[in-house]
Ligand binder design. Sequence first.
Ligand SMILES: [Zn+2]
Length: 323
Amino acid sequence: MTPARVLAVDVGGTKLAAAVVSADGTIPARAEVGTPTSADPSVVAGAVRQLLDDVLATATSRGLAECLVGLGIGSAGPLDPVAGTVSPVNIPAWRGFPLVDVLRPVLPGRPAVLAGDGNCMALGEYWRGKAGPGTLLGMVVSTGVGGGLVLDGRVYLGGTGNAGHVGHVVVDLDGDKCACGSRGCVETMASGPSMVRWAAAHGWSTMDGVPADARTLALDARRGHPAAREAFQRAGKALAAGIVSAAALVDLDEVVIGGGVAGAGEVLFEPLRMALAEFAGFDFVRRVRVSRSVLGGDAGLLGAAALALDSAGITAYRSAAPR
Ligand SMILES: [Zn+2]
């Protein structure tokens, strides 16, 4: 019997990715393209549709298109999974955009499910990453700080489908204003752009022609530039405060951190671990395991695929062990 497969798409502000994903979590076909910056909603939608059509054509030519049982859509948020609409902060052309209705014709008659990209990342890590069964927080530390929760083996979407926004946990009562409208959120200290802004205001700069971004900031932090190092220390502390808050609230087993800024490695994770040791008081908070994503950009696609398999009645990932 041909194993079940799904189509999955991950819609981000800078990149669109799509893939055929098998029920065993392998990815036999995939494609990726930059997100158009057009203000015309149909241009961005056309790029997503084209990408899915391309993956479908590749799958068909390789005999993989049989048994495609559903479409999983992960998108930057906020979004409304019931209405099937998205309003990604970094895709201004889409406000209340009916993404599910636009993509449903790609696989007529089969379920199409939508969830936030942070939720998909968390579920992808839970399914195919190194985390054990139980309760997991996935974090994506990049242009923003996103996240998602898997509680007792099920992705937790919350009242409106937007649960898991760990980047908007407030960790500094007197902190900077955040794009969300709040103040002192994790994201105001730990997103790539916020770290670069802080370092630049404290004496860090790059040579002419060298971009001032999170990657060059990480290089200079490793070389010992004081402001660059301090920017990573603040980010590590902010992430640790967010993790400790989330762990106190839902008794986490695991935290998996992905995204471009997490790629900086020890320059971020060393201060993060030190701050965790300082902030975590209760034994149940101290026991949380924190690790780097082993799946990278695939986690979001895999999570979207797992949701599509779920909606087709195929539970690909293990549920929680009985307690
Ligand atoms: Zn915020």
